[in-house]
Design a binder for this molecule. Structure first.
Ligand code: SAM
Length: 385
C-alpha cells in the first residue's frame, strides 16, 4: 500500500515508487526519477529510492525482484554519475550488497516469477495524501509465453481494469464471467467494485494455478458461490478451467452471467472460432432482468452521448435483454481481428468499438510502458431482429 506518511507528498516521487513496485522497465524508472528531481537524479531522489522503494520489496519479493532491484540500482548510479549528481553512499553500499548476496541467491533460485504491485490512482488526485486508492499484487512470469501467455500481465487487462474502476455502477451486484483471465487482475477489480459473483476462467493449467494464487494474494477466497446471490459477494472469486475448444454448450449455458469480459484474447486465428462459440453461448443465456448498462451507470464520467446510444439500443430490444460483453484488445494482426469480426457477424453478434465513447480514466499515470492508445474496448452483444 502507498505510504501516506512520506515526508514530502510529492506526486512525482509517488509515481516513481508506484512504477518501481509495478516493476516498470529501467528506462521508465530513470525518466520518473529525473522528473522527480527536476531534471536530474538528485541525492534527495536517491534517498527516496533507498528508503521508500527498495526497502518495501526486499523481504517479500522473489529472487527476480531482487535482480530487478540490483539492475535499477546500477542504472540509477550510472545515470546520476553521468549527470554529475553526487551519488549517496547508501546507494553504492546497497548495490554492493546486491552484487554479492543476492546474485548468488538469484543464480540458485531464479524462478522466472516476479511480484508486481499495480497501483490504481484515484481520478481526483489528492495532493495532500497523494495516495493510490487501490493496489493489486500479482505474481507474474518474466517469460511472456509461459502458461500459453497467461502468466504475464497484458495491456488490455490494465485497460479493462481501468474501465471497471471508472464505471463501477455497471458491475455493481452483477454476475461477471471472464474468459482467458491470465493473472487475474480483472477479477480482483470486479470484486473491488462490488460484483455479486465473479468467475475467472482460463484454458491453461499453469495459468490457472498462478491465477488462484494471485486471487489469494489479494485477500480473496477462490470459492464457488453456488446459490443465486443478489448482493455483493464477500471477497470470493472463483477460478475455473475452461478451454474454449472443449467446454460443452450445456456447461456454458448453465452459467447465465450478466456480464462477460475478456482481455487480449483475440490473437490466435485457430482459437477464434472456439472463442466465438463460447461468447455466443454465454451471451445466449437470456435473462428476464436487464443486464445492459443503464444511462445512469455512466454518470461517473458524464458520458451522455453513450447513454443516448444505450437507451436507443435498449428500446430497440424491447425487453429481450441479453447479457453484455466487454472485450479489450490490442489489434496486433489485422487479418486475425477481421476474422473475429467475420465470424462474429456470421454468429449474429454485433461488435461495437466503444473505446472513444467510453474513454476510461487514466488510473495508471506512472506506468510509462503502458500504451493505453493501443487498446480497443469492444462491446459484443447479440444482434436483435
Ligand atoms: C494474452 S493472454 C491475456 C491474459 C489476460 N487476460 C491479460 O490480458 O493479461 C491470453 C489468455 O487467453 C488464454 N487462452 C488462449 N487460448 C485459450 C483457449 N483456447 N481456451 C481458454 N483460454 C485460452 C491464455 O491461456 C491466456 O491466459
Amino acid at each position: 500500500m502507498m505510504d501516506a506518511r512520506l515526508d514530502s507528498p510529492d506526486r512525482n516521487l509517488r509515481y516513481l515508487k508506484s512504477a518501481f513496485l509495478a516493476v516498470e522497465p529501467a528506462d521508465s524508472l530513470i525518466s520518473l526519477a529525473r522528473q522527480a528531481g527536476g531534471g536530474s537524479i538528485t541525492p534527495q531522489v536517491q534517498d527516496f529510492v533507498l528508503k521508500h522503494c527498495i526497502g518495501n520489496i526486499v523481504e517479500e519479493g522473489t529472487p527476480s525482484n531482487r535482480t530487478y532491484i540490483r539492475n535499477i540500482l546500477k542504472k540509477i548510479i550510472v545515470a546520476a554519475e553521468s549527470s554529475s549528481d553526487a551519488v549517496v553512499e547508501g546507494l553504492y553500499e546497497e548495490f554492493g550488497h546486491y552484487l554479492t548476496v543476492h546474485t548468488e541467491e538469484g543464480l540458485l533460485k531464479e524462478s522466472g516469477r516476479i511480484y508486481k504491485e499495480i497501483s490504481f490512482y484515484s481520478s481526483t488526485y489528492d495532493s495532500c495524501s497523494g495516495s493510490a486508492n487501490f493496489v493489486v499484487r500479482l505474481l507474474c512470469s518474466l517469460n511472456m509465453l509461459e502458461g500459453d501467455t497467461g502468466c504475464s500481465l497484458w495491456p488490455s487487462s490494465l485497460f479493462l481494469s481501468e474501465f471497471i474502476l471508472s464505471y463501477p455502477k455497471i458491475f455493481l451486484n452483477k454476475f461477471c464471467f471472464e474468459v482467458g483471465s491470465g493473472v487475474g487482475l480483472v477479477g480482483v477489480c470486479l470484486n473491488q467494485v462490488g460484483a455479486s459473483k465473479v468467475i475467472l476462467t482460463d484454458g491453461d493449467i499453469q495459468t490457472l494455478a498462478n491465477m488462484k494464487s494471485n486471487v489469494e494474494l489479494n485477500g480473496l477466497r477462490n470459492e464457488a458461490i453456488s446459490s443465486q446471490i443478489l448482493c455483493r459477494s464477500t471477497n470470493r472469486v472463483e477460478c475455473k478451467y475452461l478451454p474454449w475448444e472443449f467446454v460443452s454448450e450445456s456447461e456454458l449455458q448453465s452459467y447465465e452471467p450478466d456480464i462477460i469480459l475478456g482481455a487480449d484474447i483475440i490473437y490466435d486465428p485457430v482459437c477464434v472460432p472456439h472463442l466465438i462459440r463460447v461468447l455466443s453461448a454465454l451471451l445466449g443465456s437470456q435473462k428476464s432482468s436487464s443486464n445492459e448498462p443503464k444511462a445512469s451507470d455512466f454518470d461517473d464520467l458524464g458520458v451522455s452521448f453513450q447513454a443516448e446510444e444505450i437507451n436507443k439500443d435498449r428500446s430497440r430490444k424491447e425487453g429481450k435483454e441479453s447479457p453484455s460483453s466487454y472485450i479489450a484488445t490490442v489489434i496486433r494482426n489485422l487479418d486475425t481481428f477481421n476474422y473475429f469480426l467475420k465470424l462474429a457477424s456470421e454468429a449474429n453478434l454485433s461488435v461495437i468499438d466503444i473505446t472513444k465513447t467510453i474513454n476510461p480514466l487514466n488510473l495508471l499515470p506512472y506506468m510509462l510502458s503502458y500504451d493505453r492508445s493501443s487498446v480497443h474496448l469492444l462491446r459484443v452483444s447479440f444482434l436483435c431482429d
